[in-house]
Design a protein. Structure first.
Length: 271
């Protein structure tokens, strides 16, 4: 892993974490922020402050002081019904006294539930779903999963949930072009590193790739992301010691950039 940290230092020198230079062949895009909280739990924040969470968990390993730090969001997207993706109690409505909006990718709580195809707008964020499977047997082993495709501030972001197979032509068409993906890479229950690289090649995200659902120093039930990084140029991988990043359109940044965020905020690690 040491070489990835070295790669990060190089990337920081190229202003990977800074604001966009505006030098781009594409139209300018407003900044959005991505936070990581372990497993498949991400929070996206739009330029206007709209906060959307994905697949929250309360895995004890990620809460060393056994306190679940509530995150304030406008809505939460649940890709499927497994216990490490549905813990809405880790969240609260951003507005005091408000009700948290929950978007469920499956119709019912059961593990045999069918897809609930969604197409909604939360303030300045458009969200829709595409049905996929948790395994290579069309859900017979682990059920169905929803991919959440988000359009916000000129970015197209896809959270792939617990995807367990290569995508079909139909699924790729429905997902459409993407700038950013969050993709499982830890194997055992989802795509492993080698399979995830094939899905990346299918989707061809233009800007960023965020691995998720992988083993860490505090959570070893699944495999670490090492296989996913094999044969990827050092300069295209940034491993951060923080759990948040502001996306940019810097023309000097490698594309797509693989970003591994830390699994809890710095202040939580120091407690």
């Amino acid at each position: 892993m040491r070489r990835w940290v070295i790669a990060l230092a190089i990337l920081l020198g190229s202003a990977v974490l800074g604001a966009s230079t505006g030098i781009s062949n594409d139209k300018p895009r407003a900044p959005i922020t991505i936070e990581y909280h372990g497993q498949s739990f991400y929070i996206l924040t739009s330029s206007k402050g709209t906060r959307i969470a994905f697949d929250p968990h309360t895995i004890p390993d990620y809460y060393p002081d056994r306190i679940v730090y509530l995150k304030k969001v406008d809505a939460v997207c649940i890709s499927h019904n497994h216990n490490d993706h549905i813990r809405v109690e880790a969240l609260e409505a951003k507005e005091k006294g408000g009700k948290l909006k929950v978007l469920r990718g499956l119709k019912t709580p059961g593990l045999k539930s069918d897809w609930a195809i969604l197409d909604e707008t939360i303030d300045d964020v458009k969200i829709r779903t595409v049905g996929v499977f948790h395994d290579t047997k069309e859900g017979l082993e682990r059920g169905k999963v929803a991919v959440f495709v988000v359009e916000v501030d000129g970015w197209r972001v896809a959270h792939l949930g617990d995807l367990g197979h290569l995508l079909t032509a139909s699924q790729l068409k429905r997902i459409g072009p993407v700038d950013v993906i969050m993709i499982p890479v830890g194997g055992i229950y989802t795509l492993n590193g080698a399979e995830a690289k094939q899905v990346v090649e299918q989707l061809k995200p233009k800007e960023y790739i965020f691995p998720m659902h992988y083993g860490t120093k505090v959570f070893t039930d699944i495999l670490p992301p090492d296989e996913f990084y094999e044969d990827v140029e050092n300069r295209r991988i940034a491993i951060l010691d923080e759990n948040v990043i502001k996306l940019n359109r810097d023309a000097q940044r490698p594309r797509p950039l693989v970003v591994q965020l830390h699994y809890w905020a710095k202040e939580k690690k120091e407690k």
